[in-house]
Design a protein around this ligand. Structure first.
Ligand code: 5AD
Ligand code: SF4
Length: 438
């Protein structure tokens, strides 16, 4: 989400005559886009601002703006901790940065604007500028789920969907610039309820996917993040009808224990999650499933954790973004008694990650010999005239190919499996395939 916001901010500032520089020391304006999902991310804001203070000492003319969720949560308090900051703006007011900077110059005083002016932001941003063949498109902002551990509903506001036509126009503008893969973004994309093109009804996420699927030039559709509770039958059925939907889903589960899921206020159970995945696999038997876990939520016992490990075995996750629970001020869970020692939590996290890594390695080995539809995104890091492409299940494949393939989809036969990458050859190239395998 912050990547997307940063890209849109770059488009906006480019329209104001700014250009990106490669080091903060060269900048007239330094913008810090912050995250407060866990304490560590939040603290990074202030260590970054410490370094920026030194730059401003050398060059007092430089302007410093702080955006994102720490700005949203802390507001004016950012100025008391870092008085060298000129502008504080929130996730929903990033389009106002030029006017906030102007006001800062006019008044000589720092400016703070962390309001939630609904969806105005999108009407004030210029058309997106594509960088490569993949792009993000935000379809909804904020979250109304209020999971007991999470700051997002407070920092990004409640769920609000962009009108369907706005989303489709943005996708079409990107497709016209050569984008082949769109990732639809939102805190809970499957809660999408956007104004339909007839302007009278609302469209759900499954309908939006159908329309995006029809845009010429778009060849692969991803989305992030979705919520198990709203992983509807309609969405599952869409996987049967829409071949451009990537054969990969990121569906955060957080825990496998019903007791902990209830304390987290997730609104589903272990068995509900399993049932959703089973339905999805009826439609797409080989879909890869990634997830998020929070380990060591207040009150998590060995039995609760065993339930999480059981779920991991049952689903066979391909990847996870997993973290130890971090207490966030202002959230209900911050006051829950939490007696598990930190070492125990770290040990559980390691155990969980080891099993998921082993799963991922096994899935990689199973890909050997298969032909994968991949998006070729550039020259391979290791050079040697090789190209790099990404599979549906997010693995990088290095293969020999014509650089003209960069930015397009290609069928690649997997011939080698390494711990972090795959090797392949263009499919249909039988001679090279044999050489590659030998
Ligand atoms: N502590 C640890 N992890 C968290 N997440 C959200 N809030 C917290 C927290 N307080 C994780 C969840 C979510 C991901 C984006 O971040 O797993 O899915
Ligand atoms: Fe946070 Fe996701 Fe829960 Fe919303 S659904 S409150 S973003 S964890």
């Amino acid at each position: 989400m912050n990547d997307y916001d940063s890209a849109r901010l770059l488009d906006l500032m480019a329209a104001q005559g700014y250009a990106r520089v490669s080091a903060p020391e060269q900048a007239d304006l330094i913008v810090v886009i912050t995250c407060s999902i866990r304490e560590k991310a939040q603290e990074k804001t202030f260590s970054d601002l410490g370094r920026i203070r030194e730059i401003k000492r050398e060059n007092p003319a430089v302007r410093v703006a702080v955006g994102g969720c720490v700005a949203s949560q802390e507001g004016r308090r950012v100025l008391s901790r870092a008085p060298w900051v000129d502008v504080v703006f929130g996730p929903q007011t990033l389009h106002r940065l030029p006017e906030l900077l102007e006001k800062r110059e006019r008044t000589g005083r720092p400016q703070v604007d962390i309001a939630f002016p609904e969806i105005e932001k999108f009407d004030c941003l210029p058309a997106p500028c594509a960088h490569g063949a993949s792009a993000f498109v935000s379809i909804m902002e904020g979250c109304s789920k209020y999971c007991s551990y999470c700051v997002v509903p407070y920092t990004r506001g409640t769920e609000i969907s962009r009108p369907m036509m706005d989303v489709l126009v943005e996708c079409a503008q990107l497709a016209a610039q050569g984008v082949k893969e769109i990732t639809l973004l939102g805190q809970n994309v499957n809660a999408y309820q956007g104004r339909a093109p007839d302007a009278r009804s609302t469209a759900d996420f499954a309908l939006l996917l159908e329309y995006v699927h029809d845009i010429p030039g778009i060849e692969r559709i991803r989305y992030t993040t979705s919520h198990p509770k709203e992983f509807s039958d309609r969405l599952i059925e869409a996987y049967g009808r829409l071949p451009k939907l990537a054969n990969h889903v990121h569906l955060p589960v957080q825990s496998g224990s019903d007791r902990i899921l209830a304390a987290m206020k997730r609104g589903y159970t272990h068995d509900w999650y399993l049932e959703r995945i089973a339905r999805l696999r009826e439609v797409r038997p080989d879909i890869s499933v990634a997830t998020d876990f929070i380990v060591g939520f207040p009150g998590e016992t060995e039995e609760d954790f065993a339930e999480t490990m059981r779920l991991i075995d049952e689903v066979g996750f391909d990847a996870s973004f997993s973290f130890v629970y971090s207490k966030r001020p202002g959230t209900p869970a911050a006051s829950y008694p939490d007696e598990t020692p930190r070492e125990v939590k770290l040990e559980r996290l390691q155990q969980l990650q080891a099993v998921i890594d082993a799963n991922a390695a096994q899935i990689s080995r199973g890909m050997l010999g298969r032909v994968e539809r991949c998006l070729v995104f550039g020259p391979a890091k290791k050079g040697g005239g090789m190209l790099a492409a990404r599979t549906d299940n997010n693995r990088v494949v290095n293969f020999p190919g014509d650089p003209a393939l960069i930015g397009s989809m290609a069928s690649i036969r997997i011939t080698e499996v390494f711990p972090h990458t795959l090797g392949g050859v263009p499919a249909g190239d039988a001679g090279a395939a044999a050489a590659g395998e030998g």
